[in-house]
Design a protein around this ligand. Structure first.
Ligand SMILES: NC(=O)c1ccc[n+]([C@@H]2O[C@H](COP(=O)([O-])OP(=O)(O)OC[C@H]3O[C@@H](n4cnc5c(N)ncnc54)[C@H](OP(=O)(O)O)[C@@H]3O)[C@@H](O)[C@H]2O)c1
Length: 219
């Protein structure tokens, strides 16, 4: 039977690569636009998820990263990051867990970040949300075992709009030169890891956050 995946934030960047990878592998993919499921709005999340049928895979990919040092971190900005990066994935899982396959092949992959392991100035709000994603991944792996495996993927610097928005071209060139692998990841490389964790090839990994960062956090 054709498998079904829900992928958030599929319009561009890493989410688009994940969407394309699952479609190439024969999955039916639901990748709602913001107009179809606005992650800022719990009612919109509930309405969209209730209308879905059986789901085999959820990839909570959508995320926002507003950089602000402590003195500039406004509550509304912090709360929006908590809502999109943390609360929305939990709401989606709450709504869909009973629709996920009960045959032992349900898979959830949450997209985290290197900034949940290491930090950088201006990332306190974002890093807090992504660390919490890792934590929730562990707890839900326990709560949803044994039928659903829950993991997180923590990318380093990826060649996306988000990276270009938060770093100048000069900064990106410097970052690449300092990475052990001397380049940023391409979104497809992240998508391949997500696909593995969500596939039947993954039979025993659950509750883990897998770094994919070209060696950045080894230094
Ligand atoms: N890029 C990196 O280097 C990097 C590194 C580590 C982790 N990550 C994580 O990887 C994930 C994807 O990053 P990316 O760089 O591909 O991001 P991106 O290019 O900025 O895309 C973000 C996606 O999230 C969607 N989105 C944002 N707010 C939304 C909302 N309120 N409702 C519905 N959808 C919303 C966007 O939809 P619209 O098209 O409607 O805006 C877009 O599809 C994020 O969780 C990010 O934190 C990225």
């Amino acid at each position: 039977m054709e498998k079904v995946a829900l992928i958030t934030g599929g319009s561009r960047g890493i989410g688009l690569a994940i969407t394309n990878t699952f479609r190439d592998k024969g999955y039916t993919v639901f990748a709602p636009t913001r107009a179809e499921m606005n992650l800022s709005d719990d009612d919109s999340i509930a309405d969209y998820c209730k209308a879905l049928g059986t789901i085999d895979v959820i990839v909570n990919n959508a995320g926002i990263n507003t950089i602000a040092t402590l003195e500039n971190l406004q509550s509304a900005v912090f709360q929006e990051m908590i809502q999109i990066n943390l609360i929305a994935p939990v709401k989606i899982i709450q709504c869909l867990k009973n629709k996920m396959s009960k045959t032992g092949v349900g898979r959830i992959v949450n997209i985290s970040s290197i900034w949940s392991f290491v930090s950088k100035e201006g990332r306190s709000g974002y890093a807090a949300t992504k660390s919490s994603v890792n934590s929730i991944t562990r707890t839900l792996a326990l709560e949803l075992a044994p039928n659903i495996l829950v993991n997180a993927v923590a990318p380093g610097f990826v060649n996306t709009e988000l990276t270009k928005q938060n770093n100048s071209a000069t900064e990106i060139a410097k970052i690449a030169s300092e990475l052990p692998l001397k380049r940023l990841a391409e979104p497809e490389e992240i998508a391949n890891l997500v696909y593995f964790l969500a596939s039947e090839q993954n039979t025993f990994i659950t509750g883990q956050t897998i770094l994919i960062d070209g060696g950045y956090t080894c230094k």
